[in-house]
Write a protein that binds this ligand. Structure first.
Ligand SMILES: [Fe+2]
Length: 300
């Protein structure tokens, strides 16, 4: 029996209403909006995001992990549209979302922002207060444990960094220890690259070193992240740390083309095996192509 999972990230959905830039005035949003209209909107395309989504739907995976940056400047009109895009994708219990730095670009009231995406971030056991989200959240699917972290928080101008903070790192450790003893395949989802040195200081997770210690000490079977818009595979001891490209980039000299990753997780004779099959957008063919499958085996 296998468990299949699709991982995508950094969709940067291509509808930023001009009014969103000016309403609820924030200087960071003004500059981010300008950057969107004059630069980023040319390379992040809704047509590609929709093709990636369809490719995942066609693969009929057991679950979908979406590691943040669904929107661009956290504009008030972006959130309901993002929620509709998710509704057309998967039921909340079939897709697990976590915020990225663009989903928390500026301070946004709960009701105007993340509440729209909250159904896809609910833990199996609902919290008492429906108006807040708790991270890490935990979702168990058969013998797979999905753990969602939130590294997004409003940053100063020109910064795209993130932080987990002590509470999330401590709760993550408790979860990993407990789930490890129970024999679950533990998947940690985080927007920012989780290890030191995987992102420039301007874009990095500020407590990556402390997170790396938690992962090392408690163990986990797979870490999924986005943010860098590139496909990467790093090993943290025996833990594979896999970054996926953006799900909407057209691809050119400066940008890696869009894609998503397909995982097949199996329990064989008391050991886990993980297969990774990349799917990538081909702009010439205007379609998503499946690439060769690799087995994730730690370097010896
Ligand atoms: Fe990001």
């Amino acid at each position: 029996v296998s468990f299949t999972l699709a991982h995508l990230s950094d969709v940067h959905l291509a509808h930023v209403p001009r009014g969103d830039v000016l309403s609820n005035f924030q200087i960071k949003r003004i500059i981010g909006g300008a950057s969107w209209f004059f630069r980023r909107s040319r390379v992040h395309r809704l047509l590609i995001a929709n093709a990636i989504r369809q490719s995942i739907l066609d693969a009929r995976t057991d679950h979908v992990a979406l590691t943040g940056d669904l929107v661009n400047i956290a504009g008030w009109h972006e959130f309901p549209k993002a929620a509709q895009w998710l509704k057309d994708f998967a039921l909340p219990d079939k897709l697990s979302f976590i915020p990225g730095n663009h989903d928390t670009y500026v301070e946004v009231p709960w009701k105007k922002g993340l509440e729209f995406l909250a159904p896809w971030m609910q833990p199996d056991v609902l919290s008492k207060d429906p108006d807040t989200l708790h991270f890490p959240y935990l979702r168990l699917r058969r013998n797979v444990a999905l753990i969602g972290l939130n590294s997004g928080s409003p940053q100063k101008l020109h910064r795209a960094s993130g932080t987990l903070g002590e509470q999330q790192r401590r709760d993550l450790k408790l979860l990993l220890d407990h789930l490890g003893q129970q024999g679950f395949f533990r998947i940690v989802m985080i927007h920012h690259p989780p290890l030191p040195g995987l992102a420039t200081p301007r874009k990095a997770l500020t407590d990556a070193a402390a997170l790396a210690d938690v992962l090392q000490g408690s163990g986990c079977e797979l870490v999924l992240h986005g943010h860098n818009h590139t496909a990467t595979l790093n090993w943290h001891g025996s833990i594979p740390v896999v970054g996926v490209p953006s799900a909407s980039l057209q691809g050119d000299i400066r940008h890696e083309a869009a894609g998503w990753n397909h995982y097949t997780i199996r329990r064989n004779l008391g050991r886990w095996t993980t297969e990774l099959t990349p799917y990538r957008w081909n702009d010439g063919e205007q379609q998503v192509n499946r690439q060769a499958t690799i087995m994730l085996l730690p370097p010896s």
